[in-house]
Write a protein that binds this ligand. Sequence first.
Ligand SMILES: [Zn+2]
Length: 426
Amino acid sequence: MKACCFLFSSLLLITLTACQKPKTSDITAIMGARLIDGNGGAPIENAVVLIENGRISATGPANDIKLPKNTIIIQAEGKTMIPGLINTHAHVGYRDEVNPEHYSTQQIQNQLELYARFGITTVASLGEDREQARAFQAINDTVKAIGRARLYIAGEIVSGNTVESVQEIVNRNAKNKTDFIKIRVDNNRGRSNAMPSEIYDAIIEQSHKHNLMLMAHIYDLEIARDLLESGADFLAHSIRDKEVDQELIELLKTKNVCYCPTLTRDLSTYVYGETPDFFSDPFFIENANTLEVVMLKDPDRQTNVRNGEDYEANQEALKMALVNLKKIADGGATIAMGTDSGMPTRFQGYFEHLELQLMAKAGMSPMAIIVASTKDAANCLKLTNVGVLEKGKLADFVLLEANPLDDIVNTKKIASVWIGGKKVER
Ligand SMILES: [Zn+2]
């Protein structure tokens, strides 16, 4: 096209016009679906969602929305529309035990496309992110046809023995424009020393100087409480050592900190002691890494998992996580969906849907789960362009064949996924 226009640029305007692409409409209307907009209110039946240049320009009942001229109509009667799901705790570039040394731009691209095919349209990678991940952040807030999940990163996980050394890592991350800072404060069930408070206090302070949220890996109630008092901004795992108390729930609320359960992370610590049921789910099989599945079906490997020192303790940890999720959600603190998928044996895309099912098992309602995976997830990451389907937001959404409010398992019945108003190839 450019060459054509260049060649004829000295000719008449009419020639130039002939070189230009015929103008197609940038306005699309999704017609007739049940709309769950992410805000938690009653769904709108027979809705219209109008998309202009990759952003939502109007939503409402069909009778209330006037369609502009040249609108492209997408018929969606019988379908349910939800915002694209947001995973607030993932990792990219790593998963694949078969091939451990393969972190690359291509690998990240493939994994973000994988997430997108499963309806996960935004992913926060909480740590171990290398230079190759940075290029993906640049177009996060654009409406380009990216065909993959949007990516936010935490960069290098911060650890060290001195205040100076940890401040330096925070500064380096900030210079590299990471979106968050990630730390781990965990004593591995009493087997090691957790990061001392003077170190994480320094990391939190330095992160806040750079206006970066501090995301904390935790396991224990006491550590979680101390971190909240010190100003941590996000709990990136469940509390699994004991039942949470009211004080913890109040701290989460008054400090406005989100709680990310990552239940499937705990499932993955023991579920491969045998062949899990989900290995026969067509929704899993479609996109699973066959080599990894073969490895996980190996009877010797399964025996090793069952004989592992923490095999029973890991099952207890997930049970405790389910109890605590219900208490914290009922107590009114904000839950953000996250899985820790992307590390070996944690299947990106599929695990997010499994996570939603575990959240239901904990006792959350389908609507509460959807809000935790859309609006609240976006707010918890301080993302202002995604999370709900309303005017001005990026048109990232999923059309489902069945209503997830009837059963959260229906999030697996994906008809199509759209990112920035463009349909993702599946
Ligand atoms: Zn993680």
